[in-house]
Design a binder for this molecule. Structure first.
Ligand SMILES: NC(=O)c1ccc[n+]([C@@H]2O[C@H](COP(=O)([O-])OP(=O)(O)OC[C@H]3O[C@@H](n4cnc5c(N)ncnc54)[C@H](O)[C@@H]3O)[C@@H](O)[C@H]2O)c1
Length: 291
């Protein structure tokens, strides 16, 4: 449970009707904020609004596709006219797209860029003038897929990489005007984006459990908590940061287990203290050296 107090604050969350965004929005509402959720799914919006019905007076649910700049401008203008201010923008809406570069047609490439990159750009552009006047803050949801490549996710990885550098650019441009801009880069999270893949293959969950040092994928609340920390005054000197929230996945080089691990007793485990060198071999490989 987040203990942040957002009383008197106004926030916008794109993609706020499901998954990570819904968790962020719920916590903002519980913290006392006025929140506008911009989401293109009427079904998700209705379900989410029903789940926070006791806070209905704090919530504005707007059906908007973030790839449509005019619609985003209008939604931000309507909300700020009502709330009289804007303190936090969470640019979180995103979709994935499957394919290596040679497999992707123009439409599939554009679909991902228009939501992930253009959508963040549209929301931030519309929000920044308001955030400058309140000394507010932006948090983008990028991904660890923006920090490195993933197989057959070229459009998504390129788009999330762009979100990361867009975040840094905004941090540089608007820091002097009192606006902090940061990004959370989640690893795998149990939300509808990933759920079908997890449901298709139990192997996928097991592989994640093995590869993620914390041994599991994240829950949406665990990402939302970090987004809200970065958005709050508790992070008053954090600007331009890209924070992986991935259970340690990107701390790893992804090499196979070279020497085994006590955590996985079914694998071989080379005894601790074994030196991974052979002095004779090492010496022989130094030009001119004698063993
Ligand atoms: N789930 C993961 O494993 C994971 C990992 C890394 C990053 N992310 C990122 O986290 C963010 C949130 O994803 P999530 O996992 O909560 O997924 P989700 O599908 O549960 O939620 C995404 C929400 O965004 C909305 N949305 C999608 N496209 C939109 C558009 N064009 N305009 C407006 N709303 C739109 C959807 O309707 C949905 O309500 C995304 O940017 C995603 O790329 C997710």
């Amino acid at each position: 449970m987040s203990d942040a107090d957002f009383t008197g604050r106004a926030a916008i969350v794109s993609g706020g009707a499901s998954g990570i965004g819904a968790s962020v929005t719920r916590r903002l509402l519980e913290g006392g904020a006025q929140v506008a959720v911009l989401d293109y799914s009427a079904e998700n919006l209705a379900r989410f609004a029903a789940s926070v019905a006791q806070r209905a007076d704090q919530l504005l649910a707007v059906e908007v596709d973030v790839s449509d700049s005019a619609a985003v401008n209008a939604a931000v203008a309507d909300f700020t006219a009502q709330s009289g201010r804007l303190d936090i923008a969470v640019a979180n809406a995103g979709i994935g797209g499957v394919g290596g570069v040679a497999e992707l047609d123009d439409a599939s490439w554009r679909a991902v860029q228009s939501v992930v990159v253009d959508g963040v750009f549209h929301l931030c552009r519309a929000s920044l003038p308001h955030l400058v006047s309140t000394g507010g803050s932006i948090v983008t949801t990028s991904s660890i897929s923006g920090l490195g490549g993933d197989r057959r996710m070229a459009a998504y990885a390129a788009a999330k990489g762009a979100v990361i550098n867009l975040t840094r650019s905004m941090a540089v441009d608007y820091g002097r005007r009192g606006v902090r801009v940061n990004s959370v880069a989640p690893g795998p999270v149990a939300t509808p984006i990933l759920r079908p893949a997890l449901d298709r293959s139990t192997e996928l969950s097991e592989t994640y459990a093995q590869r993620i040092p914390l041994g599991r994928i994240a829950e949406p609340d665990e990402i939302a908590e970090v987004i809200l920390f970065l958005a709050s005054e508790r992070a008053s000197f954090i600007n331009g940061a890209v924070l992986p929230v991935d259970g340690g996945l990107t701390a790893w080089t992804a090499q196979p287990d070279i020497v085994g691990s006590a955590d996985f007793p079914e694998t071989f485990a080379v005894p601790a203290g074994t030196m991974l060198t052979d002095r004779a071999t090492e010496a022989a490989e130094v030009p001119g050296a004698t063993a």
